[in-house]
Ligand binder design. Structure first.
Ligand code: FAD
Length: 480
């Protein structure tokens, strides 16, 4: 038996990994050059507590349990999770009922370690919070992660368990026989036999569904713009800080990142048309993000700390909820789409639900394997090791001593390992090792990383790309 999972974002990768526990060959297909480069790449990276998702929604059902699954998952797959905690801040007694509503909703949703704190405790938790705030809803289970690493590590684990991970190939349709998909067609012309098809194509779940003549709720896009701040800003921030939520969503936040930076944002703006390539940022969006940051933490709007702006797109439906369903039209085709926030947090619980509850609806009886290997080997991060250990590593392999990314202290040996793990582009290296993620955003190290990629992949430098087709770094030699 063979399952084809379409989409190498956090949702598709975790479903593919969950399927790998059973006696079914898993083929994970991602149209981009690398795993985790769609919505999974550009978001707030928060493991939400789950207190603000409306009752009765799939968001409410899967967020809190998904959050709690991250500790074991992170231990097995060796990606970082920091349980920073979060606060939703309120100014005065008029705003207190909103916090109480969130608290009650959180209790109903099964959220643990949730309570309202007064001014003194708020100041202890977050000493630089604006003096205007007197109350907060504290959530101890909230945390942060690197979403792309959740996807990349899950895909590596799929491969380690005998699955196949195909990148740079788009699913364009399939063969249908007696109401079931029997083959999935890729853009290269390859045809993959399929007993089960999971559509986890992110922003493109509607497009993929329609390629199989399956109806799903129409998707529209809502953009979120961010500013990434230098590590120096982290002196002002301990945890995830939310303003009071509004009808537009959770609001513009201040969020620490796992590698020591700080994010401001996101905005929440409906795009007038379906334009999934539009990840541009705007002057007005970034100004509003800065102002909101400053409103929460006075002093954080410091131009010297701005190192990058970016935007992510949320796949939305009028139902404002995830869409998880076996197709009426095709017995073995399941769509897991409309994965707006908290899709990252909910993803592990959704993966378990899809495999245990929805796959049986397709008529497939999955049998557990007894040889599934849940753990990945830890990848070395020189920066996180004590000096004595680093010198031992350098004695064994001098490439650990050649630091390529000065901002995040990433060595040549780590970059080579990332290439062995599947990185094929400069962004592939960046997302796996953090080289190029720091203050200079690759200004100093990209060139050396390109040379290492060319050397290890035995390519000409002109063939090395930043990420996708056409994003080359050098065009050719100017002098022989
Ligand atoms: C601004 C913003 C902030 C957010 N903040 C949070 C947060 O803090 N916490 C949280 O829990 N959630 C958050 N989310 C939601 C979370 O990021 C998403 O729910 C999650 O990343 C969705 O993952 P996915 O796998 O469904 O989509 P994707 O990551 O987009 O993966 C789908 C993949 O399918 C591929 N694909 C598409 N079509 C095809 C095809 N035909 N063939 C092959 N491959 C294909 C795409 O290239 C893509 O890589 C946020 C989202 C946004 C936009």
């Amino acid at each position: 038996m063979q399952a084809v999972v379409i989409g190498g974002g956090v949702v598709g990768c975790l479903i593919a990994r969950e399927l790998s526990r059973f006696r079914i060959k898993v083929v994970l297909v991602e149209k981009l050059e690398d795993i985790g480069q769609g919505v999974t790449k550009a978001n707030s990276a928060i493991l939400h507590g789950g207190y603000d998702d409306p009752p009765g929604t799939l968001r409410a059902r899967f967020c809190a349990p998904g959050n709690l699954m991250f500790d074991k998952l992170a231990e097995e797959l060796k990606f970082p999770v920091k349980r920073t905690g979060s606060i939703v801040v309120a100014k005065d007694r008029n705003e207190l009922p909103k916090l109480e509503e969130l608290l009650q909703n959180g209790i109903n949703n099964g959220v643990k370690d949730l309570r309202i704190v007064g001014k003194n405790e708020l100041r202890e938790l977050e000493p630089h919070i604006s003096d205007e705030f007197n109350y907060a809803l504290f959530c101890g289970t909230a945390g942060i992660t690197e979403p792309w690493m959740v996807a990349i590590a899950s895909a590596m684990n799929v491969a380690a368990n005998g699955g196949e991970v195909v990148t740079g190939e788009e699913v364009i349709g399939g063969k249908i026989n007696e109401g079931r998909v029997t083959e999935v067609f890729l853009s290269s012309g390859r045809k993959i036999e399929a007993d089960l098809v999971i559509n986890a194509a992110g922003l493109f779940y509607e497009k993929v569904a329609s390629a199989f003549n399956v109806n799903v709720p129409p998707v529209h896009l809502r953009k979120g713009e961010y500013i990434l701040l230098d590590k120096k800003a982290s002196e002002l921030v301990n945890m995830i800080i939310f303003p009071l939520p509004t009808a537009a969503g959770k609001g513009k936040l201040v969020v620490p990142t796992v590698d020591g930076g700080v994010l401001l944002g996101p905005t929440s703006v409906e795009l007038p048309e379906f334009s999934p390539e539009d990840v541009s940022t705007t002057d007005s969006g970034l100004t509003s993000v800065r102002e909101s940051g400053e409103y929460l933490i006075p002093g954080i709007d410091n131009a010297k700390w701005f190192i990058k702006s970016f935007a992510g797109l949320r796949p939305e439906t009028v139902q404002k909820d995830f869409y998880i369903k076996r197709a009426e039209e095709l017995a073995n085709f399941i769509t897991v789409g409309a994965m707006r926030s908290p899709g990252l947090t909910a993803a592990p619980a959704i993966a378990e639900f899809v495999v245990s509850m929805i796959v049986p609806e397709t008529g497939i009886d999955l049998v557990r394997r007894d040889d599934f290997v849940p753990c990945l080997e830890e990848r070395v991060k020189i920066k996180e090791l004590p000096a004595g250990k680093v010198s031992e590593m350098i004695d064994e392999n001098p490439a650990y001593g050649r630091i390529v990314c000065q901002c995040n202290e990433v060595s040549e040996a780590e970059i080579v390992q990332a290439i062995r793990d599947g990185a094929r582009t400069i962004d592939g290296i960046k997302f796996r090792t953090r080289a190029g993620f720091g203050r200079c955003q690759g200004g100093f190290c990209s060139w050396n990383i390109a040379k290492i990629l060319a050397r290890e992949l035995k390519k000409d430098l002109s063939e090395v790309r930043q990420n996708s087709e056409g994003s080359w770094i050098v065009d050719g030699k100017v002098r022989q």
